[in-house]
Design a protein around this ligand. Sequence first.
Ligand SMILES: [Zn+2]
Length: 143
Amino acid sequence: MLTKIHSSIMPFTAIRSFDSYIPASMLMQRLEEEGIKVYLQDEHTVTLSPMFSNAIGGIKLMVLDDQLERATELIKKYEQDYHVAGACPKCGSLKVQYITLQNTTNWIVGIISWLFSNYAVSVKQVYHCYECNYEFENLPENS
Ligand SMILES: [Zn+2]
């Protein structure tokens, strides 16, 4: 059994870990906007030497213990927004995601447009089926 730290240092728990700085800081920003106390641990190590990322477990997003539950719910919500609950009109698979069509190397743009979905991002987005690779712009109407 671990002894709880009772000093003035507030207890934080790692809620997620990331391989790179940008998605980590994006998520941190979104949680901060919700009034969650968060910070990134090991961001400098990972940013300066990505090779170390795996060894130290990536950049850790630390959340104040008291807010862990709420933060978990928020992240779950963001992830649900991202993973579209739609079915492929061609094969019926549920492995459909709303993705950003950009020179696919640029995954960062995808994450940015996901996180800032309220902002105008001028990129083309489509639904992509990971089962049959079919792509479509609109989900079929629920008739
Ligand atoms: Zn499909």
